[in-house]
Design a binder for this molecule. Structure first.
Ligand code: ZN
Length: 347
């Protein structure tokens, strides 16, 4: 269901009407479209504000926007209904306990086995070269192979939509990358980045070493788009040592700005420009660390630091004295173990 822009913006209007700039909802919407389009930044529904919903993802409450029955996060990332629950669900089990049938919530970063991504292009997609050129770019610059789907069950489907959007990682089954006519080959390279497992560059866990978020310039209700992937309960890892200002996965300095002022700045307060032309050298390094050539399905062994939180197999856990700890309201902190991709309380 689409929500009218006006309804959604009423609280913002109430605050903004007191300011001397007199920003009306219409003006705010125009500013948003202008800044996103000028910056070539991907948005799934450029002309709509969604109904904000609080949902559970990997045992954490997060805010998503619901538009046309889809759940949108950070502008162009889609969560399927299967990944989310309206109530918190059990994620850690006693050994020997029967696992209840429940959604496999919170798993987004699954990688494509054997470095091979299957895809298919909707025959009604205008300018199909955007998809094939973007694929060629990925193949020329990374260890990933893209193969036209015949009967494989897991595949990307390039299809028309109101904006540019994608799921993150291999979700299982058909997963759409939507491309409106305004989505360029560069935007398509970005959306493929999500589908192979990349979050936005500014949602890195170590981003505060490189950027600052100006929350006062973000549209009211859109602050949830500026969390790190870890804060939003997603699986992830850093595959390069620094935030890359050249990354094709980076938001613009003005993304989701309510007033034309920057929402993301470098630590010295300056803005940066975004590019949507090609994978940067940092993007290539990260992807080739995620998908080492040789096609192993095993990820590079990550190193875990004591005292840090990680989200692994859909559960947020704390590394402490080389063990994993999980906090629940009923048990407090308990040692847990990962067995066959499920978390169990250690005895
Ligand atoms: Zn994106």
């Amino acid at each position: 269901m689409r929500k009218s822009n006006l309804l959604y913006l009423l609280p913002a209007l109430a605050i903004l009407s007191c300011s001397k700039d007199e920003i009306t909802p219409e003006k705010e919407q125009q500013l948003v479209e202008k800044t996103e389009l000028a910056a070539n930044v991907e948005v799934a529904y450029p002309n709509d504000f969604g109904l904000l919903s609080d949902v559970y993802f990997a045992g954490k409450k997060i805010t998503v926007e619901e538009i046309d029955g889809e759940y949108i996060y950070e502008g162009d990332i889609v969560f399927s209904n299967d990944m989310l629950t309206s109530k918190d669900v059990k994620l850690v089990f006693e050994k020997g306990e029967e696992i209840p049938a429940q959604k496999s919530v919170g798993r987004t970063s699954a990688r494509w086995p054997n470095n091979t991504v299957y895809y298919s292009i909707d025959s009604s997609l205008p300018d199909k070269n955007r998809a094939t050129d973007a694929i060629k770019h990925w193949e020329a610059n990374t260890s990933l192979k893209f193969v036209q789907r015949t009967s494989q069950s897991n595949y990307i489907y390039f299809t028309p939509g109101s904006g540019c959007s994608s799921y993150v990682g291999m979700t299982g089954g058909r997963q759409n990358i939507t491309l409106a006519t305004g989505c360029s080959t560069g935007n398509t390279i970005h959306e493929i980045g999500h589908a192979v497992g990349l979050w936005h560059e500014q949602s890195r866990v170590d981003r505060e070493k490189h950027i600052r978020i100006n929350y006062s310039n973000i549209q009211s209700g859109r602050e949830h788009n500026f969390k790190t992937y870890e804060e939003s309960g997603s699986d992830g890892d850093e595959f390069t040592s620094n935030l890359d200002f050249g990354s094709i996965m980076l938001y613009s300095s003005y993304s989701f700005s309510s007033n034309g002022q920057p929402t993301i700045v470098k630590l010295d307060g300056s803005t940066f420009s975004v590019q949507r032309n090609a994978l940067s050298s940092g993007d290539k390094t990260g992807i080739n660390n995620m998908y080492p050539s040789g096609g192993t399905t095993e990820p590079v062994n990550p190193t875990y630091t004591n005292g840090e939180y990680y989200t692994i197999s859909g559960v947020r856990v704390l590394r402490h004295k080389d063990l994993w700890y999980y906090y629940s309201r009923s048990y407090g902190w308990k040692v847990v173990e990962l067995i066959n991709d499920r978390w169990y309380y250690a005895r």
